[in-house]
Ligand binder design. Structure first.
Ligand code: BGC
Length: 256
């Protein structure tokens, strides 16, 4: 299936986890992909190799999504190297675990800059270029169930993801008239490096799984399938919504 033939996509944080699966999915379905990474060029090269093995095209680029010039460069490179940019997946994300009263300014800045400021200004540049070229586009943000659900000890993460929810709703309204759709995917517990500590702690893992009606964690490939749908022409009439993929976690309630 070549749902993305002739399309160009930027996927932030695509050197690992959910971002890598999304980049590979879009690339293997025909998109030319800008694989963005912060710290791990080797892992980004692995994403690129997987895309190429599936017959697709990719470049790797370093960017700290919290920095304006870096996100602007991602969009410029997509246009110079691939001739445009139709799909933006704001995936790069970090979380910091601390009781609220101990959270540091440095951790707060890292979480907000990566998860929210990055999505804000990268989307801004992505949209400016589409408007100049009078072209439609797709924005898919990788949010979290925690755009809506509490997560004690992760207040900055919840604030960033809650902000991403309202950013998406607002932009869907502002950008709809330009043919640009904006949606969020809200994964629950997915096995990725962000969850490494949890995955290595059997007691914590058992407690988490006990909250998930489907009884297991999700996979990055499952998240990538939903993102690919939202990024495709099939989702032309979808904008302003969050799509939850969490095995039922958000709807869970137990008396004991
Ligand atoms: C977080 C994970 C957490 C999951 C479910 C995700 O957004 O990154 O650490 O396990 O939500 O609570």
């Amino acid at each position: 299936m070549s749902r993305f033939a002739g399309k160009v996509a930027i996927v932030t944080g695509s050197s690992s986890g959910i971002g890598q699966a999304i980049a590979v999915r879009l690339g293997s379905e025909g998109a030319a992909v800008v694989v963005d990474f912060l710290n791990h060029p080797d892992a980004a090269a692995e994403t690129k190799a997987k895309i190429e093995a599936a017959g697709g095209k990719a470049i790797t680029l370093h960017a700290d999504v919290g920095k304006l010039e870096d996100v602007q460069n991602l969009v410029e490179q997509a246009w110079t190297q691939f001739g445009g940019c139709d799909i933006l997946v704001n995936n790069a994300g970090v979380e910091k675990n601390a009781p609220f009263w101990e959270a540091s300014e440095a951790d707060y800045d890292l979480v907000m800059n990566t998860n929210l400021k990055g999505a804000f200004f990268l989307t801004q540049r992505f949209v400016q270029k589409l408007m100049e070229a009078k072209k439609p586009g797709r924005v898919v943000n990788i949010s979290s169930v925690h755009e809506d659900m509490v997560f004690p000890n992760f207040a900055s993460y919840c604030a960033a993801k809650g902000g991403m929810r309202m950013l998406m709703r607002d932009l869907a309204m502002e950008l709809g008239p330009y043919g640009i759709t904006v949606n969020n995917v809200a994964p629950g517990a997915i096995s990725t490096p962000i969850n490494a500590k949890l995955l290595n702690n059997p007691t914590q893992l058992k407690a988490l799984l006990n909250n998930i009606p489907l009884g297991r964690m999700g996979t990055s490939d499952e998240v990538a399938s939903l993102v690919a749908f939202l990024a495709s022409d099939e989702a032309a009439y979808v904008t302003g919504s969050t799509y939850v993929m969490d095995g039922g976690l958000m709807r869970n309630y137990k008396e004991q």
